[in-house]
Design a protein around this ligand. Sequence first.
Ligand code: SF4
Ligand code: SF4
Length: 383
Amino acid sequence: MSTVAVEVVYRGIFQKTLARNIVRSIVFAARKEGKYGTAFGRYGDSPERNGIPAKQFAIVADDAEELEENLAVYEAQEVDVTINVDDTMCKGIESWAWYGLQPINALTKPGGTLIVTSRQETDALIEDIHRKDEPYNLSVLTSVPSFSGLWVYKDDHTDVRILGALAKVCPQLVSLESMVEAIQDQGWDDLKVRSAERAYERAGLRPVEPGEGNDETPFTFDLPGWTTMEEGLVIRGIEQGGGFRGAEGGYQPVRNSVFKKYSTRSMRPIVNFETCIKCTLCWLQCPDTCFDVTPDGLYDANLESCCGCGVCEAVCPVPECVTMINEAEFNDNASQYEAWQQNPEGYKQWMASLIEGEKKVERTHGFHHVGGYDEQLAAAGED
Ligand code: SF4
Ligand code: SF4
């Protein structure tokens, strides 16, 4: 059997066209070689939403029967190549489909390949990616995000770069020549062809051994089976008075215990508790009710429920009191307020270095993105 399956994991809405360009081009290229293929999204169970990890697939087979046989499943059980178009999803993904946290390489078959777009070093990414019991390969596509901190397709050419790299790391799928023809057939310009060819030349593989990587056990929970489901649709309300912390003071809203939302974000807010004027705007405006009110009336972003939208940064009236920072900088969802209480000076220094680093990297966020992509490219030595 010679079916090759590829999944593209992307951030909902913002990267949808990027993902579609990739899977569709794979099928176009496969047809150039007389193969059969199909491309589809796996998002039929609920609406796609901003930033939520979602998937599209391309399945390529030698003949129509084989393709049909492999399509008789809702979602591929394993894939030859996983493509992750936002490196912050290396920490795992949680879709609206209620799985808990799924490792980014969960479907990557033994000996398969994970391609990641990133500015980070390969070893730093491996620290984030959950361990597997079988070996696989990692291929990092170095490129500068061009749209609000995300890789898309117009300026940064991530679609064709992925296609070029894919032809190199998975030669059994399609050749570079077929990829180039598929790019040309879609009326994309010569610059895009060159980007694909350069990505092909540069793409490398880093073997990842069993047991290498993040040893965290991904967050999970028991899904109800057919016999344990309740009658009707039950959406539990928040209990009366729920969330008040009693004598200790403060308020922590009651939240969904199974849907955490944190894998949605590519950036997270950090709060300067010393300059906060307790205006309440972040608490009022956060669309996900993420702020816990501390006993002394400060606002601590609950990082298990924060989806990284950036509204709190946008509404905070105090400069650099709330700052969005690249999610790749963090390894846990611990309370910032508790860290600040335990060591105010250490917290201050940690926060200052993160803000300083953010300014250098210029991974911008939707609310504050003001362009500057050409300057970023020049600084990175890319063209
Ligand atoms: S980024 Fe801020 S406003 Fe958006 S979900 Fe997180 S805490 Fe709430
Ligand atoms: S918006 Fe800023 S100043 Fe106002 S409470 Fe939130 S963190 Fe403090």
